[in-house]
Design a protein around this ligand. Sequence first.
Ligand code: UD1
Length: 340
Amino acid sequence: MAILVTGGLGYIGSHTVVELLNNNFEVVIVDDLSNSEKFILKNIENITGRKPVFYPFDLKRRELLTQVFDAHSIDGCINFAASKAVGESQIKPVDYYENNLFSLINILQEFKERGLSNFIFSSSCTVYGQADTMPIDENTPLKMPESVYGKTKQMGEEILADFAKAYQRKICLLRYFNPIGAHPSFKIGELPMGIPNNLVPYVMQTAAGIREKLNVWGNDYPTPDGTAIRDYIYVVDLAKAHVAALQKLMQDTADGAVIDIYNLGTGKGSSVLEVIKAFEVANNVEVPYQICERREGDITIAYANVDKAERELGWKSETSLEESLKTVWEWQKYLNARNI
Ligand code: UD1
């Protein structure tokens, strides 16, 4: 019984592979290393004492994917493989649609032809845009995201729902809020690729002196301290939710389509300034910052209602913001020690 994990050497993918291996799943990774490094595979083996099968290729190459399905008895897929830089997606829309949607469709063609089910899709809270009410539950109306990246997530969701309905298959859409942190072994985490766009990697690099100052994008939002609020979820907690979602799909033996949708967050919102403060306190370091204009496309506030995931998956986040931010700093030390 093998689970195909696309993008399994990426940030959330690698943490999920560890949890799958720890739960005795066989794992087959396909990853083109466009946003990762080979040492992550070695470190996954080191953490779990198990060796996942690994294929380094681009999922747009259907003929190679077919060979993977021929070689392994695949019982499900968790699809992480996607380009995810919001700014870049605006400059290279065609590449983003091609990369994020062609790869998804190639896997679904194999699933369709082989009668396979149990497909989990990495989605994002970006599909809600700026929701009118907080917290955001799964019935909150979707808004077409502004970014091409966000649109590929929303389109991916629709493609999967159509796939499930037409062919009577089981799928799950996991809408992540803001994943942060690194594995407690400090052997896997988010790898820096150029200048970070996301808050926590930027905070980490500023504390390490790699960046001079953090730009706080706006302090005139209608929030208590004027900075925007997000729901920061620890990546290992997030990874565990994938295992729970997969187990639920696999245990569901009823005929017919299943379309599960879960918001994955902590249920608690934190402002940018609160994250900076929490990082400084947790790690006893300073994070120099300056207030700047708002970043285009940013929303004011987003945090999850996670009742559904708790009720149906028996899952909830367990790790506090401070604990998560400690792992971020330890991970930076690991990277420093290796000149990464
Ligand atoms: C961003 C993406 C979202 C994607 C998610 C993945 C945008 C507009 N949205 O979400 O589509 O799913 O990443 O994790 O890019 N901030 C700063 N200074 C920085 C970086 C961020 O003040 O250097 C602020 C932002 O303005 C925001 C908060 O920190 O208020 C979180 O930002 P970020 O980590 O980029 O996540 P999102 O914008 O929520």
